[in-house]
Design a binder for this molecule. Sequence first.
Ligand SMILES: Nc1ncnc2c1ncn2[C@@H]1O[C@H](COP(=O)(O)OP(=O)(O)OP(=O)(O)O)[C@@H](O)[C@H]1O
Length: 470
Amino acid sequence: MTDPDRIWNEASVRLRAEIGDGPFSSYIAPSAVRVDSSGQLILVTPTAYARDWVRKNALRRMNELWLGLDGLNRRLDVRCRAEVGSAPPASAVIAGNVLDATPRLAAFASPTVPPIADGARAVRAAGLQDRLTFDSFVEGQGNAFALAIAKQVASWADGHFNPVFFCGPYGYGKTHLLNAIAWEAQRLRPEAKVVYLTAERFLSTFVKAMQDRSTAAFKESLRSADMLLLDDVQFVGGKTSTQEELLSTLTALIEDGKRIVFSADRAPMALTEVEPRLRSHLAAGLTCPVEAGDRELKIAVAQNRLKALSALGVVQGEAAPEVLAQLVDRTPGSMRELEGAVNTLAAAAGSRLATVSVDEASILLGAALRGGPERRITVDEIQKTVADHFNLKQADLLSERRTRSVARPRQMAMYLCKQHTTRSYPDIGRRFGGRDHTTVLHGVRKIEELMAQDDQIARDVEALTRKLRG
Ligand SMILES: Nc1ncnc2c1ncn2[C@@H]1O[C@H](COP(=O)(O)OP(=O)(O)OP(=O)(O)O)[C@@H](O)[C@H]1O
């Protein structure tokens, strides 16, 4: 595929599923892709703030998606409208919001999910990623058991545990396994209704269904599933009504002999914000750990990714073993970070991959290999910095006060916690006077939305970020 229009459509659909509707509609939908006179692809954002947001939060992933779809090894850069002059010519522009013309791809954005006759499309509709299959999953120490169980679940084999619960640290393949199960299960039984969704989407769709008084349709759309896969279930913690809904869905599906698969960052019994009754249901089947990969597995994953990019024509040849080893040793973090570094190397080396030396790889990878974790920022530090910035007391941020002068800084502090710490929404809620995680989710989305529209908010967040980074 080389047509930027089609690539952008495809990449944006996936990006929307990954980053969520809020950030997507604030930053990506109002932007447009343009090809400049030298053939460079540029995403043009409406404001400088949106440009910085995209650069920090989405550009790398957009380039990964683009690389996977484009046969021409092109990279996407991002500029704001003021930098590129007036609106780009229509013929060269692919508007981000053309996506609105493809609502079927956002099945769970609507509480009244229509029954989808075509099974394969039903899976696709729920935001699965094409490349996350069993074929692209590398087996190694730490994930072999999980992989074997995942394959059993996907085969619809009788007599197995239900639900199956995959747990483990962030970025080591839980979502990959759930996607792979969904694809394989659907391939084996095209007529079955396989439903995959993230718990965050479950939650937001359910809340919207309650507001629209359309919970019956929502329930029906879930209860008619033959297999339900719910990713990142830790996010349902906190909200009682959502947990009750999940519990009754779970019970109904199990009673009907339907398959259920969950993933979370912890084992079910460690999900302390989940109500005990739901927790024990989650733990009633099989809990299956997906552990952090060792060096050998990481090297194999990097190799595998380069092979996939080679099949797409993005690179030619194989990287030298010492280049791969250096890439793995100097990329801190999970497989996710590793994949980012591999993509950067692939994009920079292209057809010269086989001849790249260790020194050259270091230069090509630049910032990606600079390594070393950033200074850790704590929730407490964020609360103190934000309170200080707005002449408030830290206790005000934790209090029940709802006046705008306190509520907005509180939301900003929550947003900064999500950006700069690895804490989950329920965790952040607890640190803000025991608030529910949906309040945190709402606060974070509100700030994201406001930053794209209100320069003062954007400047405050920027100033606070600078202070926190020191
Ligand atoms: N064993 C593996 N083989 C191939 N790719 C892998 C493997 N483990 C992880 N990856 C890749 O690493 C990236 C992160 O994995 P994934 O999104 O599945 O992590 P996760 O455990 O679900 O993280 P989170 O808890 O944040 O949702 C994905 O692109 C995935 O394809």
